[in-house]
Design a protein around this ligand. Sequence first.
Ligand code: IFM
Length: 477
Amino acid sequence: MNRRNWIKRTGAAGAGLLLAKYIKASDLTLAFDAKDFVKADFGSDFKWGVAASSYQTEGAWNIDGKGESNWDFFSRIPGKIERGENADVAADFYHKYAEDIDLIKEMNFKVFRFSISWPRILPNGTGEINLKGLEFYHKVIDKCISVGIEPWITIYHWDMPQVLEAQGGWTNRKVLDWFSEFTNVVTKEYGSKVKNWMVINEQLSYTGLGYMQGIFAPGKKSIKAFMKSIHYSTLCNAESARIIRKNVIDANIGTTFVTTHIEPIDQQKKNIEAANRMDAIMNRLFIEPCLGLGYPEDTLPILKKLKKLYEPGDEQRMVFDFDFIGIQYYFRTVAKHSMMPGMRAKEVKASERGVPANEMEGEIYPEGLYHILKKFSQYKGIRNLIVTENGTCVPDKLENGRVHDQGRIDYFKSHLEAVLKAKKEGVNVNGYFVWSPTDNFEWNKGYRTRFGLVYIDFKTLERTMKDSGLWFKAFLG
Ligand code: IFM
């Protein structure tokens, strides 16, 4: 489709104009020269996809032999999830997977990235395999393939069997055996049909928010637990990738990291250093050990404590040569010095700075994605980048069968422009996956914050494609 048609069909103005609406000129650190773009600008091999996860979408929490997950357990603890919600039903993807995959197809995406629920496959965490669980993902994979969509599997997206969480979960070194067993089962089962695999979704999220801040499962607030979860999940990341390599012929193996572009609030030395320490945790902590660079303890000395957890050979065991690295980007973080022990830095929230933000207080800052892609492309060991998640939550309203989510369309356009700019400057970025095909359960926020291209009425489970879904349909068509 040429540029003029695209504008006509979507009714959209140039991306430059849309960008201007969101970012004060004085905040711009990057000039977006191109005013518009088309799909072909990204190249014919570029992967266009959508991403989702098991706990957030499937529901069917205790159906067909599934075991309890840490999130099933955690969401039942009063006060943990807004309005006391849980994902017992969620988007009911378990029953509506065919409809949802048809919608993904209709929006012209070619990749569906989804995760596998560990307790659906291994209800007791290890040992006995639930055949109905195996069968479910075969149906999902087969449906994708039948409509020409590539299934991309994430092995772990935060739903650990509760029986293992009760034994310490990611803070127990035995997780290496548990996770290897799970990886072995799923790769042997699906490896002949699925060639694209990601090991873990965003280590920082479930380790930091789950074991240190206590707002995600399992709700712990302990630096010690955080440290253990960092090291053991880092080992698992590489170990599981080696298992995929062994079990899946011609596998394309990646893993995903949550990232944020970090800037100091001003140019004072103490704030610049605070921003660097924050960067060490939020962007460098997990990628660097897997590239053989170790943890970034030069910038953040507290990380030296991780060495106490090492067993002989760990340094090498953390390393894996991934085929691609998944970048997940949502917002910028502005940092300033604080007395908080450890990181000695704190975030200056978007609301304090009066800048545009999503409903979760994440600043809308597309240039940040450009900077992150540039930053990661500078690591020698990274060969290929894919944006495995990007998206936003805006206050959607279903009115007369339509959801006019122009804010989300603007978000995608400006972020795609950032990807394209990086690509044109030589960054090896080869894919972009939207979070998320449908609305779903947003962890501790419950159902309040919606990220989907397709709206879900959580009472009736009826699906309605939002304007952003229609925008992608036209853009990718
Ligand atoms: O919903 C989450 C997802 O599970 C992990 N990445 C960020 C998304 C939006 O917050």
